[in-house]
Write a protein that binds this ligand. Structure first.
Ligand code: PLP
Length: 412
């Protein structure tokens, strides 16, 4: 029989960029007896979750929950809003943008895929020029991955919204927030996003298995005209039954218990604090990487991801061999390089349920692993991270500026 707890002793360090560590509180919530999903207690649970999710997505629009991985919610976003042959604008920011594009191709959409170097985010100027040139408004949607989990690069969604508005173009804006929601500031309403796509297993601190669409009024209108076939993913039946707290199918009851608990945790900490915590751990990680003399995949500091850091190994060193070693020696799981970055890159996930010491342990494991694998690096990355973490919380300029901006905009 497969043994899932075959680790020497102490806790496994799951520092991949999702699925993330599930807090004990959430694990205990999952462990409750399953109840009747057509009974009154379940309806109360659903209604509280749908209300809580609105805070997390920063919107008052409907949110649809699927018993599916994030890929299901990608498909739901497309099939609910678009018709066969519709043109959509997408950007090659990395592995996940490429997979979403492949799905759009398979569904019979006509994709204008702007090439990218897998080290940069979406260029809002290109969004603007493509849309301005599309006088006939043939482009029906702009699809963007907010936080590219394969590269650790975030795109500026507010800037993309402004670019669409400057072009005066009616295209829908759909955003994959699978590895940003609950970790990096994300505002469905303020940023005029029409469909936000999210998953349970990253910033929401749940196991995999749930995914989400937050849906604007404009997207709901588009869904009335859209002709791509849809059945399980159709928003209308789900939104209608959700009003009473029910689903048109058997929902993932126990995952919903966990979701209720996770939302409670995020809102009790306060979203601005959650985001500031992620910013701080990301900055500490980058200090460690620079201390080691290694290269961060993300080229532009303004696009650094606060959820994960992807790191290049020097030429001739295999990132997967390095990951195998950190797992075998220290029981530390690091993220693999995906797609064209396979073997060259490893990723440190610093999102979700994490504190300073979890991060320190992770960085120690990486530093020891670099030595164990004789990968050329400087000592002192961990020391640099510790020096940063020792500073009073909120002391770094970036952190202070970002936190103040967020609080101001949430309270105004
Ligand atoms: N989009 C992003 C940004 C992701 O990180 C992932 C998974 O890691 C996906 C989409 C696909 O989600 P899933 O694997 O849950 O289907």
């Amino acid at each position: 029989m497969l043994k899932l707890d075959d680790h020497p002793s102490g806790r496994h360090f799951l520092q991949i960029p999702g699925p993330t560590n599930v807090p004990d509180r959430v694990l205990r919530a999952l462990d409750h007896p399953t109840i009747d999903h057509r009974g009154p207690e379940f309806a109360r649970l659903t209604l509280e979750i749908l209300d809580g999710l609105k805070h997390v997505f920063q919107t008052s629009s409907p949110i649809v929950i699927y018993a599916a991985s994030g890929t299901g919610a990608w498909e739901a976003a497309l099939v609910n809003t678009l018709s066969p042959g519709d043109r959509v604008l997408m950007f090659e920011t990395g592995h996940f943008a490429t997979l979403w594009r492949k799905m759009a191709d398979r569904l019979g959409l006509s994709v204008d895929f702007v090439p990218g170097d897998w080290r940069s985010g979406v260029d809002a100027a290109i969004v603007e020029s493509k849309l301005a040139a599309d006088k006939a408004h043939a482009i029906k949607a702009v699809l963007v991955v907010h936080n590219e989990t394969s590269t650790g690069v975030s795109s500026d969604i507010a800037g993309i919204r402004q670019a669409i508005d400057r072009a005066g173009h009616p295209a829908l804006l759909m955003v994959d927030t699978i590895s940003s929601l609950g970790s990096i500031d994300y505002r469905h309403a303020d940023w005029g996003v029409d469909v936000s796509v999210a998953g349970s297993q990253k910033g929401l601190m749940l196991p995999p298995g749930l995914s989400f669409n937050a849906v604007s009024d404009k997207a709901l209108v588009a869904s009335k005209q859209a002709r791509l076939p849809r059945a399980y993913w159709a928003w209308d039946d789900i939104i209608a039954m959700n009003r009473q707290g029910y689903f048109p199918y058997t929902p993932a009851t126990n995952l919903l218990y966990g979701l209720h608990e996770a939302i409670d945790m995020l809102l009790a900490e306060g979203l601005p604090n959650v985001f500031a915590r992620h910013d701080r751990h990301a900055e500490a990680t980058r200090r460690a990487v620079r201390g080691w003399g290694l290269e961060i995949v993300c080229r532009n500091p303004a696009e650094y991801s606060s959820a994960l850091t992807a790191i290049m190994l020097p030429e001739g060193h295999d990132a997967d061999a390095f990951r195998r070693e950190t797992l075998a020696r220290y029981d530390l799981s690091l993220g693999t390089g995906l797609g064209r970055l396979a073997g060259r890159v490893f990723r440190i996930g610093h999102l979700g349920f994490l504190n300073d010491l979890t991060l320190c342990g992770t960085l120690c494991g990486v530093e020891m692993g670099l030595s164990a694998c004789a990968i050329p690096h400087r000592d002192g990355g961990v020391r640099d991270a510790l020096e940063f973490l020792r500073e009073p919380v909120g002391a770094s300029e970036k952190q202070r500026g970002a936190a103040v901006r967020r609080v101001a905009s949430i309270t105004t």
